[in-house]
Design a protein. Structure first.
Length: 166
């Protein structure tokens, strides 16, 4: 294999009129994909991590929702949908916990067996944990792929369809 200088023709080949345009090193690179405004993307990732951290230390979830409330208006539109989703996750969790606490107290006043209120509490905690981790998982996946939450005000997974198939 021999290397030829520009404009030279190999002795056993015919010249070709094909020209390849190479960008100059100083020219900016362009892409068919439009640039995404990523203002607030790192903050949204931090809030998701704070929500997941609340499994071990409950205080991190209020910090996360505070950050989301304060920075929502300064984020790109698609990131703002994540912040709205996170705010909704927090407040729905608080409302669910309040309803469960009321039901727990009512079960205690009704003189039911001791296992009934504890079963309610354990079942609620487990369901809430699965719900929150699922919402955070869907949110992180969409955030890292540069996609908005389709329905940030939804009760379940933000309008995402989740399947366990390949």
């Amino acid at each position: 294999m021999t290397l030829l200088a520009a404009g030279e023709v190999a002795p056993d080949r015919q010249p070709c009129d094909l020209e390849v345009a190479m960008p100059s090193p100083s020219a900016p690179l362009t892409s068919d994909i439009p640039a995404t405004d990523e203002r607030g993307k790192k903050l949204a990732a931090v809030v998701y991590m704070l929500f997941l951290g609340s499994i071990m230390a409950v205080v991190t979830a209020p910090l996360g929702v505070l950050l989301a409330h304060l920075r929502r208006r300064h984020a790109a539109d698609w990131v703002a949908s994540h912040l709205q989703f996170q705010i909704r996750t927090f407040w729905l969790g608080i409302a669910g916990a309040a309803l469960c606490l009321i039901a727990w107290q009512l079960l205690g006043w009704l003189s039911l067996p001791a296992w009934a209120p504890w079963a309610l509490g354990y079942g609620f905690f487990t369901a809430c944990l699965i719900w929150m981790v699922g919402r955070c998982g869907v949110g992180i996946h969409r955030l890292m792929n540069g996609r908005a939450i389709d329905a940030p005000r939804s009760l379940w997974l933000g309008g995402a369809s989740v399947s366990l198939s390949d």
